[in-house]
Design a protein around this ligand. Sequence first.
Ligand SMILES: NC(=O)c1ccc[n+]([C@@H]2O[C@H](COP(=O)([O-])OP(=O)(O)OC[C@H]3O[C@@H](n4cnc5c(N)ncnc54)[C@H](O)[C@@H]3O)[C@@H](O)[C@H]2O)c1
Length: 343
Amino acid sequence: MKTAIVGCGAIAKMHASVLGEMPNVEIVGFADCKIDRAEEYKRQYGQESTGVYASLEEMLDAEHVDVLHICTPHYLHTPMAIYALDKGVHVFTEKPPAISREQFAQLKKAAEKGTARLGICFQNRYNESTKAMEDLLASGKGGKVIGARAFVSWMRTKEYYTESGWRGKWETEGGGCLINQSVHTLDLLNRFMGESAVETQANMMNYHLNDVIEVEDTVSAYIRYPHATACFYATTAYEENRPIMIDIECENMSLRLEGSYVTCIYKDGRREELSFYNGYTIGKDYWGTGHKACIGDFYHCLETGKKFPIEVEDVESTFQLMMDIYQSAREGRIVLSKENRNG
Ligand SMILES: NC(=O)c1ccc[n+]([C@@H]2O[C@H](COP(=O)([O-])OP(=O)(O)OC[C@H]3O[C@@H](n4cnc5c(N)ncnc54)[C@H](O)[C@@H]3O)[C@@H](O)[C@H]2O)c1
């Protein structure tokens, strides 16, 4: 399988190193508008024959590419994915799939149209701890889900924003701590709830980087599901990157996911803790460790014709919920999910 990466910044090294370990995969090109970054990637992860390009268009014109990995800023994911899909190239894109409902609708249309496949990197779905939570919920051991809460307390410095050129701006990042950092946790929460939300009430603030970013550094949401409610809180104004925490309240116990630990907390106070090693990681710990499993599964599905479990329709519920949170915070009102589900 001939593969290529566009966007040779921080996260692309995770993709390149995973691809480098996979049999039957050859990286044929790196593209970055800062060409020296693509050249550096070639030195680290490429071969003599690997091409280096200043744009996606040049790369796809020059190389035969079976799979494109998109590791560029958020606002480019949808247009780059559509460009490649239209050329029959399979796409594996970093999250988020889009930065607006309009982009998402265009992406969905493009993915449905042709034969090329689109996979989205929500790698934390592959964590052993995630699977353990899902298994416990599916076992019915805890009884019905009656509520939930989720917290993300991370730190992002001024430099994280000023050095990138695209982070911290609505136009290019599409939001702040929600769309970039805590979307993974929102995704897990939403999956654990087992159904789509029906209404959302949210607030967002910029507490600590007022002079640096225009997007939110903190968001809170009260999300109503058909049979339960969930409270969600995320901030990048904290002093540390603490493990994420999700509590699912069931009739007979609470199920807690905290980092890579899963704990059953019984009504009488007893606790059973399961500890997981979530596998391979390079880069930052809080990226999680599922890239290898997620990328590996995408290629396995391409080779076998099986459905990849994180295609555009599989992220729609989380994506629309994220948009509902932003809309509610912006408009200062409760947003009903059904208002926006035909876009
Ligand atoms: N899944 C995860 O846990 C995870 C973790 C970190 C980042 N990400 C995602 O990865 C993506 C990239 O994030 P990052 O932190 O690596 O950003 P980054 O700024 O470090 O890298 C982005 C790269 O894209 C290049 N680029 C920008 N415009 C381009 C264009 N038009 N053509 C070609 N290249 C272009 C930049 O020069 C830069 O090298 C984001 O979508 C981010 O949300 C995901």
